[in-house]
Every structure is written in structure tokens, then in C-alpha cells.
Design a protein around this ligand. Structure first.
Ligand SMILES: Nc1nc2c(ncn2[C@@H]2O[C@H](COP(=O)(O)OP(=O)(O)OP(=O)(O)O)[C@@H](O)[C@H]2O)c(=O)[nH]1
Ligand SMILES: [Mg+2]
Length: 497
């Protein structure tokens, strides 16, 4: 079968999801790293989040992409809902583009097909401002769009009944591409958008994931006016990002909305003809969302396998310490039992109580007595010592982790509470052989798997649309047999430590 770029992207996507499902999730759930399968937020289609001030033309631009007036538009804050726009696989592609099905927030938050379950925490007011629209627009075939209510000033913001910044932060985390829209009237008010994105997105993905758009450019009075607005926006962006290099800003406008509102004949709009192609460029960039999804998935695999490694390394280290500690106290107990029994037997012989015993009888008595002492030791002192050990490790859990590099320290910050919670729940008794095996598997995913994924992504970068590919991507880590439950390291578990 010949493979083209689009299919290569799909194949790679399936491979990566499988890697998360098969390799990461079982381990993550086993050790309480995550309560839900890790793939819950990444298994749905690629997501494009559209943010911006109210009336910056978010909904009009989305309508332009979809090819129909699906979203309501209007001057002044118009739409106070978050709307997921997605393709209806059962729709008739030949019928005019329209909304084929509408669902409310309760449905979206509770159906496990959608990646929004964790957003239930934003409460009932958010739920009632959350909805799904299925549309038969071809634009939505490979991606879904999130239209958002516009940002308002911070005073009005408080009245929403849910935390708007937190909600967009959560959407931003699962989005593959984020469009941030400005309009010529409010090109200065971007600080809030930037702050909430900066806080929620991992630093390394910020630049690739965010597209800045200066929208409604047909409302500038002239080329000079446009340049002035553009300059203001660049200045504001550089002030906020603290960077001298200005990110690419797409300059565009919605033809439909522009047509409807244009009545200012005095404006010299001749400059627009040079920017007409920008809308198509932006559209193309948005349609690259599935490729961004791959980058995000690769980063997802890398981040979680690294953190899981860190967590398991600490758990294995706990087991090893516990094993050594327990063994030391067992040996001490055995020696002491022998010594105490020896002294006791000698005393009894000297005092004449066991005077008549022959050598075999003495050895038997010594054996019995030391076994009894040892039993008392194991059930009493040894158990107590292990409990004390467990308590001490929980109090100083950082001694379990390897904190050599800053990355180690950052990862430890993310998993420390989970390590403590797992040790508490399991009371420190979990099969160390399996933990070791899981640790090695996570290391393999992090080191070998990530490298293979990067290579596949590089290969993808070199592919041109329509040119066949010889090799399909993956399978990654085919040699790892994680489903195999047999314990390859039977050590301390066997001793019940
Ligand atoms: N001239 C012109 N008008 C536009 C353009 N885009 C949007 N508009 C108009 O601007 C108004 C606001 O557009 P919307 O698409 O509703 O803006 P929004 O960002 O979705 O606003 P909220 O949903 O309220 O946050 C509407 O009256 C649109 O018709 C554009 O590119 N050019
Ligand atoms: Mg809108």
C-alpha cells in the first residue's frame, strides 16, 4: 500500500496513541499517577482553540472557515458560550453546510468519547455555557474548533459564575493549536490572554502552538492606519512576551462580515488586495492542526514517561532500602536469638534444671528456644522497626529520588505527592519485581521510544503532500512485552518484606 503524507500522519497518530494506551496508561493507573487513562484527553480529534477579545471576530472567522453562518455574530459581547464545533460523520456531505446536531454541556462533560471530563470541576454555570455543534463542513473533517466567549475587562469578568481564566487554561492545555485574535479597535488589550496562556502551556510548546491574528483589518481607514495598528500590536506583544523578535501575525478579515458591515465609502481599502491571500494562509496553518497534534503527542509521551520513570525509580529505591533494612534486622534478630537462647540454656544447665541433657538434647533445646525468640523478634520488634522505617521514608521521601539535575528536581515536584500517596495506600508492600520491570519499561519509552518518535516526525517534516512514502511509521517499542505479568526479578517480594 502506498502511503501519503496525510495517511502517514494518521498512522503515526494511531501508533502514538497505542503507545500511550498500552505502555503508559497501565503503569500510570497501577501506581496512582493518574486516575483516568492517560489517553482520555488526547484520543479525540485535534483541537483548535479560538481566543480573543469580545467582538474581535472569532465567530465570523470560524464561519468563514466553515463556509456557512453557523456561529452567531454581532457587535458588543454576543456569545457567552464555549462551543465545540465538530464534524458529523453521519451527515450528508452534499447537503448545504448546516448544524446537524446540537448537544448541551452535560452531554459533553459526561460522554467519555470527548476529552472534557476533567472540566466538570468548573461547575454548573460553566456547564450551562458549554455546547456541542456538529456541522457537515469539510473543514472540520480532521479537526474540531472551540469558539469561546470574548474576553471582557476584569470587572465584568467576575460576574460569569465560573473562572474564565481557568477554563481557557484547561482548554489551552488540550488544544493543539491556539488562535489569538485581535481587532484594530482593541489591539492593546492582550495582557490577560498572554498571562493565562503562559501559565498553562509548557514553555517549549508555546511558540509552536499559538498563532496571532490581527482580524477585521478591512476596518482600518487606510494602509497607514493598518500599519499604525500593526505597530501597536507588535509593540504590545514584545512588551508582554519580553522578546525582541515579533512572532508572525496573520493579517486577515472576514469577507462575509466585512461585506455586511461596510458602509464607509471614504475608506481607502486598496491595500486589502495585497492581503487577500492571508486568509488562505491562515486557513492552511489551521488545517495543520493534526500535525501539531503529533508534536503534542510526542511531547506528551516524553513528559509522562519521564515523570513515571522518576516516580518508579523512587518506588524501586524504597523497596530496595526496605529490603536491606529488613534483612539487616532479620540477621540481627537471628544472631541475638541464638545468643540469648545459648545463654539461657547454659544458665539452665549450670543451675541444674537441664542437668541430665545430652549433646543432642541441648542442641534441640537451644534450637527450639532460639526459634521461639526469633518468632517473638519477627512478630514484635522487627515489624515495629519496619513500620518506623516506613514512617521515616514517608517523612523524607526526597531521599528516595535521584535529584541530580534540574529536570529530575522538576519531575520530582510533579510526582512526590503521588509517590507518598501510593506508599501510604500500599503500606509499602508492592511487588518490587514488577515495579523494577515497569521502571525499565518507562525508561525504554522515554529514551528509545521518544527517539524513534522524533525520527518519524523528522521524516514527516521532509514529506511533501502527494509524494508517496516507502515505510510506515513505527511500530515503536515492538520488542517490549509489557503485558507479560511474570516477575523477572523475584527478590524481596518472595520474603514478604
Ligand atoms: N468589517 C468587518 N466586520 C467584522 C469582521 N469580523 C467580524 N466582524 C463583525 O464584528 C462583529 C463581531 O464579530 P463576532 O464574530 O461576533 O465577534 P466575536 O469575537 O465572536 O465576539 P464575541 O462572541 O461576542 O466574543 C460582528 O458584527 C461581525 O459582523 C471583519 O473581518 N470585518
Ligand atoms: Mg463569538
Amino acid at each position: 500500500m502506498q502511503l501519503y503524507r496525510e495517511n502517514y500522519i494518521k498512522a503515526l497518530h494511531t501508533e502514538l496513541l497505542e503507545m500511550v494506551e498500552k505502555h503508559l496508561t497501565p503503569v500510570a493507573v497501577r501506581y496512582g499517577y493518574s486516575e483516568v487513562p492517560l489517553e482520555a484527553t488526547i484520543k479525540w480529534r485535534p483541537l483548535v482553540l479560538v481566543l480573543g477579545n469580545y467582538s474581535s471576530g472569532k465567530s465570523a472567522l470560524i464561519n468563514e472557515f466553515l463556509g456557512s453562518d453557523i456561529q452567531k455574530t454581532g457587535q458588543a459581547p454576543t456569545d457567552d458560550s464555549f462551543t465545540i464545533l465538530t464534524y458529523d460523520d453521519n451527515s450528508d456531505p452534499d447537503s448545504p453546510i448546516h448544524v446537524t446536531e446540537e448537544r448541551d454541556g452535560n452531554f459533553l462533560l459526561n460522554d467519555p468519547v470527548y476529552p472534557f471530563e476533567s472540566m466538570k470541576k468548573h461547575g454548573q454555570r460553566f456547564t450551562s455555557h458549554f455546547r456541542l455543534k456538529k456541522v457537515n463542513s469539510p473543514f472540520l473533517k480532521e479537526l474540531a474548533i472551540i469558539d469561546t466567549p470574548g474576553m471582557l475587562d476584569s470587572v465584568t469578568e467576575r460576574d460569569r459564575g465560573y473562572n474564565y481564566q481557568d477554563v481557557i487554561g484547561d482548554f489551552a492545555q488540550i488544544a493543539d493549536l491556539i488562535l489569538v485574535l485581535f481587532d484594530p479597535h482593541k489591539a492593546g488589550t492582550i495582557r490577560e490572554v498572554h498571562t493565562s496562556l503562559r501559565e498553562t502551556l509548557p514553555a517549549r510548546t508555546f511558540e509552536d502552538r499559538v498563532l496571532f491574528v490581527l482580524n477585521r483589518i478591512d476596518e482600518c481607514a487606510s494602509l497607514n492606519d493598518l500599519l499604525r495598528v500593526y505597530g501597536t500590536l507588535c509593540w504590545n506583544l514584545s512588551q508582554i512576551t519580553g522578546r525582541k523578535d515579533i512572532p508572525m501575525i496573520h493579517l486577515t478579515y472576514s469577507q462575509r462580515a466585512g461585506m455586511a458591515s461596510r458602509n464607509r465609502q471614504e475608506n481607502d481599502l486598496s491595500y486589502l488586495q495585497y492581503l487577500e491571500n492571508q486568509r488562505e494562509e491562515l486557513k492552511k496553518a489551521v488545517m495543520e492542526a493534526p500535525r501539531h497534534r503529533l508534536d503534542n503527542l510526542a511531547a506528551f509521551v516524553e513528559t509522562h514517561s519521564e515523570r513515571l520513570s522518576q516516580m518508579l525509580q523512587a518506588l524501586v529505591s524504597y523497596r530496595q532500602k526496605r529490603f536491606r533494612y529488613g534483612l539487616k534486622h532479620l540477621v540481627t534478630g537471628a544472631m541475638l536469638s541464638l545468643a540469648v537462647a545459648g545463654v539461657a540454656i547454659s544458665a539452665l544447665i549450670v543451675s541444674g534444671i537441664l542437668g541430665g541433657l545430652d549433646l543432642i538434647g541441648m542442641m534441640l533445646a537451644e534450637g527450639l528456644l532460639s526459634a521461639a525468640f526469633f518468632l517473638v523478634w519477627v512478630l514484635g520488634i522487627w515489624k515495629m522497626a519496619l513500620r518506623r522505617f516506613h514512617r521515616r521514608q514517608m517523612e523524607h521521601s526526597e531521599t528516595l529520588a535521584s535529584l541530580k539535575t534540574q529536570t529530575h528536581q522538576d519531575n520530582w515536584q510533579m510526582v512526590q505527592d503521588k509517590v507518598i500517596a501510593f506508599l501510604q495506600k500500599s503500606d509499602g508492600r508492592f511487588p518490587s519485581g514488577i515495579a523494577k520491570k515497569d521502571y525499565e519499561a518507562m525508561q525504554a519509552v522515554f529514551q528509545k521510544g521518544s527517539r524513534e518518535i522524533r525520527e518519524a516526525l523528522n521524516e514527516l517534516a521532509a514529506l511533501r503532500p502527494g509524494v508517496p512514502v516507502t515505510d510506515p511509521p513505527g511500530p515503536f517499542l515492538a520488542s517490549l512485552r509489557l503485558d507479560d505479568t511474570e516477575d523477572p526479578y523475584p527478590d524481596s517480594t518472595l520474603m514478604g518484606l
